[in-house]
Write a protein that binds this ligand. Sequence first.
Ligand code: NAP
Length: 312
Amino acid sequence: MGHAVLVAAELKGLVRPADLDGLDVTWLGAGEATPAGDWVALVSLLSRWVGGTEFKNLPKLRVVANCAVGFNNVDLVAAEMRRVIVTNTPDVLTNATADLTWALLLAVARRIPEAVEHLKSGAWRGWHPELLLGLELAGKTLGIFGAGRIGQAVARRAAGFAMRIRYVARSAKPELEAAVGAERVEWGRLLSESDIVSLHAPSTPETKGMVGPEALARIKPGAILINTARGDLVREEPLAIALEEGRLGGAGLDVYQDEPEVHPRLRAAPNVVLLPHIGSATRETRAEMARIALANVRAVLAGAAPLTPVYR
Ligand code: NAP
């Protein structure tokens, strides 16, 4: 008998038999509450809250391997108190998420969904000099909030579009500045000077709700907001209002405050492109995420150091 582990059932199609070596797996369905019992590991998705009650119900738990780079769904304080190791899946999803950020940015700036709809609906009457005019990117300023792995990958891609790059980070990133001529600025300047503001910081008590009425009032008129980080960084109703009033030129979102619910006003807002949290959704990346999560579990259960712990 292998180690008794709980694994999110949604990963079934991505894991290879070798990933499960030595593990006695109980697949945990999306809608199922986390059960109580003697499982020693939990492979979770970001949609599952893992906090005090779960830790109490799983007294033998040694590791929570979150299949995501973000880990705001896990109560780290409760985990540390119970000496449960928490791991995530960094790096492997950086390129996929940076690509998706650019897909969203281009979709909003060039009004791609609207253009597709225009043609498919039969409304197109031929080339017109003022048909579906969008925003030229060359020479514009891209403001990156959170210049970590994904934020920097997004910034590097911007160099290919001849954009000026500004970033907000708690510590300077000299390599990024040297590589793409990025300039570190304060949040207020990022808001007032950027034509496009893109969010790449994790959800923490400091970042939650940071794009609310105050930030939206300071943002450059007509700017575009992109969020592929976490939904709770943005307050959805004030964002919808800023779009309705035309203060914001557009928004591209992949993540939401209360997934899979999307604020009805946001669904109806103009110039908004809404994606169903697919930032890391490439075949390669999702398979790697599942592999790393299970490799973390196997390492911890074998008494070795986890590959990618979220704290040391
Ligand atoms: P990362 O490398 O840890 O980068 C996050 C960056 O944000 C760090 O550089 C960090 O610290 C900065 N930061 C944190 N708090 C800040 C604050 N209060 N003010 C300014 N900067 C702050 O993480 P990553 O791999 O790039 O991932 C970023 C986030 O993207 C994840 O946490 C996750 O929520 C999200 N994500 C979403 C998807 C999706 O499917 N849409 C996919 C992958 C990841 P410093 O400023 O000190 O450098």
